[in-house]
Design a protein around this ligand. Sequence first.
Ligand SMILES: Cc1cc2nc3c(=O)[nH]c(=O)nc-3n(C[C@H](O)[C@H](O)[C@H](O)COP(=O)(O)OP(=O)(O)OC[C@H]3O[C@@H](n4cnc5c(N)ncnc54)[C@H](O)[C@@H]3O)c2cc1C
Length: 394
Amino acid sequence: MNDVIIVGAGFAGSVIACELAKIGKKVLVIEKREQIGGNMYEYRDTNGIPIHKYGPHIFHTNNEEVFKYLQNFAEFFKYEHRVLGKIDGELVPIPFNFTSLEKLFSKEKAITIKNKLLSKYDKDTKISILDLINDEDEVIKEFGQYVYEKVFIHYTAKQWEIPVEKVDSSVINRVPVMLGYDDRYFQDTYQYMPKNGFTEIFKNMLKSENITVELKQDAVNRIKIDIDSNKIFLDNKEFQGTLVYTGAIDEILGYKFGELPYRSINLVFEQYQSNEYQPVAVVNYPNEEKFTRITEFKHFYPMDKELREKNKTTILKEYPIMYNRKDPKNLTPYYVITNNDNIKRYEQYKNSVKDIKNLFFCGRLAEYKYYNMDTVIERALQVVKKIENNWEEK
Ligand SMILES: Cc1cc2nc3c(=O)[nH]c(=O)nc-3n(C[C@H](O)[C@H](O)[C@H](O)COP(=O)(O)OP(=O)(O)OC[C@H]3O[C@@H](n4cnc5c(N)ncnc54)[C@H](O)[C@@H]3O)c2cc1C
């Protein structure tokens, strides 16, 4: 008899399964894919290259506790992610920095812009393009508009398929320019990658004898949440243990209040008989091309000489697309679309199950929220505490 059923073996489900198994609970994990790991699943392809099946994932955080926690499950190496963007035919650092500026402007113009910027803002800080665009100095304003046009507008239109005037200013505000030569994509204190790939983390999280994992099992076919009686059913029998759901909340509740929309990505992998396709792991294509970025996976393992020198490589092109659950290609829901209507709809789902005391939702699909790896781990650990408190209250 299982004390807990967890739907989904991504970070949300696996962290919770691991922690509850540790305190002796019998946990059943139901996962609809063929493998564990959720969107972090990593494998070696026929080229022998480690691939992130659901798009490139880089671990970065300022949360020391989360990084310490993860080290219980794998060995990590320091990896500082660097991204280039193809702008006017040149590959330049993204976020846009002084190197980008010097590559795309004449020497004199670049000096003028740099001097203007540094007379107003601190060196080696990140500043929002919104601040640059709104600056009263014409040179700074014009530079802000240039970056906005070349880095942001068309990329955003591709990514979200919406006109730029509909993009929330908070999104624009998050697009930074680095006032210096730091070309790291993230400035977080902890930037690491797992030495043997992400999948190993999940294998170790789920290896307790208290955990049973059933793959290729769609919870929708086995679990019913009855909001009239506030009861949960597993295989048509009432389940009185704890259910943790990390799949999509609208799906398990039968789309009762309508669908929660997602952006998806058509992921196109290409294999090449060559040593290297591009100089860094990720190159962004903000403008002309239909794809948004290309990832070359071997760059995620710079210390692996054999992999680096291998005369084979695999790349991934990402074509953003709207998620359609009825599409026979069965695309994955990736990014939530946060607007007032969708948030309201999500709240309706959440409120409809609030009286079911043995039901917990956690993770990006269940909470209709974008989480990075570190924040979803933090959230999962909070949910573990909530579940334990709930048991104590009984
Ligand atoms: C393209 C992309 C790139 C990203 N890059 C980064 C990055 O570089 N760094 C970073 O920190 N974060 C990144 N993220 C975020 C990261 O992917 C999330 O933090 C993480 O996926 C959240 O984990 P989760 O467990 O909530 O969801 P998931 O990993 O999606 O796990 C949910 C699991 O539930 C299963 N499931 C769903 N429905 C059912 C059902 N009905 N029955 C059974 N099983 C079901 C799914 O198959 C899946 O395995 C990225 C996200 C995307 C979309």
